[in-house]
Design a protein. Structure first.
Length: 333
């Protein structure tokens, strides 16, 4: 017992409320050999208004100043995520995640009409390996290497009214998957000091090839830093900053009507143009974790995080993210 206590004093531990990152961070920790962890997360993202670069645009600016017949006005997104982790050894933990998506996009037309399109379904399956290569003096570092399998649909369709009512291929933001096998490498650093803890993570998403609709989503790079304070053995509170850069779409879906469908000088809607994607975003987040260290609910962790943008510099004309909420529950055994 004395040796275990000594180890707990000098090594990073997950057995405290801030032993896991805020709920919005994935792949943040490893497990000891033979341990399992099951998790469920629900994420809500609200996108409202259009933006070009760092400037918010009104509906009239999008439609009349930029010659579009339709503009998106709001896009709420709901995502449910089921995760499973298993430690093959004290150094290597395997992780898998499946997700279900539900999306809506509200539109306004040049004539003042309104309509909504919807899509939903299972997303791409993500499988990762987390390899711990440093574990000393309250600090841990592990490498992340993940792969995304294109099980999510890129053929979502719904009825749109222009140029005449018909069921059509939906624009890129309404598609569920990437359509490509993606590589997700990264590194995660963890540190605990008394009642304080912090972590930092760098993760990339590298697309491979084009999908069967002749395009490839932009590569991504995300830098995340978080800090947490352990209020007691049950609760911790966290703050987080993240920087995300996303590339433009390469190629184009031939069915999205990049050629003027109305045979006029007007374009249809900004979301069908590949150049209207990607950019740089800085988010801040605040959250909490609740952890049960003993009893019938031992090793149950419940958390929530609220994120909001500090800076958005977007390519072309596209919707801006206003807020994200993530809540989740984790159980280890």
């Amino acid at each position: 017992m004395a040796q275990t206590q000594e180890q707990e004093e000098i090594l990073w531990t997950s057995g405290r409320p801030d032993g896991h990152a805020p709920m919005g961070v994935m792949g943040d920790h490893t497990h000891n050999k033979g341990e399992w962890m099951f998790s469920y997360r629900y994420m809500y993202m609200d996108m409202e208004e259009m933006r070009s670069g760092t400037n918010t645009l009104t509906n009239d600016e999008v439609i009349f100043d930029n010659n579009f017949t339709v503009t998106p006005e709001r896009m709420p997104m709901h995502m449910h995520m089921l995760g499973l982790m298993y430690a093959v050894s004290d150094r290597l933990t395997l992780m898998g995640m499946v997700s279900f998506h539900d999306r809506e996009m509200d539109h306004v037309t040049r004539m003042g009409g309104i309509f909504t399109t919807e899509s939903g379904g299972f997303g791409d399956i993500k499988i990762s390996g987390l390899y711990k290569f440093f574990d000393k003096k309250h600090q841990r570092v592990h490498a992340n290497l993940g792969f995304s399998i294109p099980t999510g649909s890129i053929d979502e369709r719904d009825e749109t009214p222009l140029p005449m009512p018909a069921v059509r291929q939906l624009p890129y933001p309404m598609q569920i998957g990437s359509g490509t096998f993606d590589i997700m490498p990264g590194v995660t650093y963890l540190n605990q000091l008394g009642d304080y803890s912090m972590g930092a993570q760098i993760m990339a998403t590298i697309r491979t090839g084009e999908n069967d609709r002749d395009y490839r989503l932009g590569d991504q790079l995300k830098l995340t830093y978080w800090s947490a304070y352990r209020l007691n053995k049950l609760f911790s509170f966290s703050g987080r900053l993240s920087f995300l850069t996303i590339g433009q779409i390469d190629g184009a879906d031939p069915e999205l009507g990049l050629v003027n469908m109305m045979n006029t000088e007007l374009s249809t809607v900004p979301t069908v143009f590949p150049e209207n994607f990607g950019g740089e975003i800085i988010h801040a987040g605040v959250g909490f974790n609740f952890y049960v260290p003993e009893g019938i609910l031992k090793n149950v962790r419940i958390g929530a995080e609220y994120e909001f943008p500090l800076m958005r510099d977007l390519n072309g004309i596209q919707m801006e993210t206003d807020q994200m909420v993530t809540v989740g529950i984790q159980y280890s055994l």
